[in-house]
Design a protein around this ligand. Structure first.
Ligand SMILES: *[C@@H]1O[C@H](CO)[C@@H](O)[C@H](O)[C@H]1NC(C)=O
Length: 312
């Protein structure tokens, strides 16, 4: 035995989402369309926020960063899932599996901190409007970004540290379409029930903690808007409803996957699919359709593209 490293499994096999040919075909169409749409929508948001001086404000910088991370979110699991749909043997190497876990947790973490940053931004803008410019300074934005990346990368690495010394010698079949810790820990050929519990508590705590913070801040904001109902409040309400919808859609599936005590893998798979392909697509749709400035900015980009083509 060399250095306690007795892993013999070098690749994992996914069972995939379903065996039904019709559902696979539907999934192929649905996921490919959503993937292309998410990439386009999110690139458009990043591009318009970075190029349009009218959108250089903390709210839009955070939104552009969310779109940037969404580009990663839809690329971690879904392209491989789409390519695998019609393969009989869906395999992923050990390294590929670890890479997926690493990025899933980094991206999930960054997304959560950014949503908290966006809620904080709205809280200051609506409840403390006179202090907005001093509180949400460029330094504050950078601080949020640094916290988002720093916390998420360290969280993800600490999760992977659990895996490093585990032996994988036996079955290598994952009833899923991507790698994540809970399923992988169940495959180790040693008792991992304590580790599984730690992972569950760790992730559950992070999800529920962030969700709770977001919930409280939106209650505060809604209360303030309701108390000072004025002309400004309908615009504030439409922005808020966009944020709240994204938060509910993002956290709903994750909280279910990580904390529902009865694993029903079919349900888990479809919820995971929702976080992998639907949410990255919904973010731009929700934020753009409920936001006039964003729509105007995107129209301006299209117009300048047309002019550019006429000139050249
Ligand atoms: C993220 O936010 C920072 C700081 O506010 C900003 O400078 C940067 O352009 C944003 N990143 C993207 C991809 O929009």
């Amino acid at each position: 035995m060399d250095g306690g490293n007795h892993s013999v499994v070098s690749e994992f096999v996914f069972l995939g989402l379903t065996h039904s040919w019709e559902i696979q075909f539907l999934l192929l169409v649905f996921s490919s369309v959503l993937y292309v749409a998410s990439m386009t929508g999110n690139i458009l948001i990043v591009f318009s926020v970075t190029t349009d001086p009218l959108l250089h404000s903390p709210m839009y910088f955070l939104l552009a960063n969310l779109s940037f991370i969404d580009l990663g979110a839809c690329s971690v699991t879904s392209p491989k899932m789409i390519c695998d749909l019609f393969r009989r043997r869906k395999v992923i190497s050990f390294g590929g599996c670890i890479t997926q876990i690493f990025f899933i947790h980094v991206i999930g973490g960054v997304e959560m901190v950014l949503l908290i940053g966006m809620a904080f931004d709205r809280y200051v803008a609506i409840c403390k409007p006179l202090h907005y410019l001093t509180v949400m300074s460029p330094r504050m934005c950078i601080l949020f970004l640094a916290a988002a990346w720093g916390l998420s990368i360290s969280h993800s690495l600490s999760q992977l540290a659990f895996l490093v010394n585990l032996p994988f010698c036996g079955p290598n079949v994952l009833d899923s379409f991507y790698c994540d810790l809970p399923q992988l820990l169940r495959l180790a050929c040693t008792d991992t029930s304590r580790l599984q519990f730690i992972v569950l508590v760790n992730n559950g705590f992070i999800c529920f903690g962030s969700f709770f913070m977001l919930f409280i801040s939106y209650v505060f904001i809604l209360f303030t808007v309701w108390k000072h109902s004025s002309g400004r409040s309908s615009k504030a309400l439409s922005t808020l409803s966009a944020h709240i919808t994204v938060v509910l859609l993002f956290f709903g599936p994750i909280m279910f996957i990580y904390t529902w005590p009865y694993p029903s893998s079919q349900m888990d798979k479809f919820l995971a699919l929702s976080d992998a392909v639907v949410i990255p697509f919904l973010n731009p749709v929700i934020y753009t359709f409920w936001n006039k400035e964003m729509k105007v900015a995107i129209k301006r980009i299209f117009r300048s593209l047309v002019i550019f083509r006429q000139i050249s």
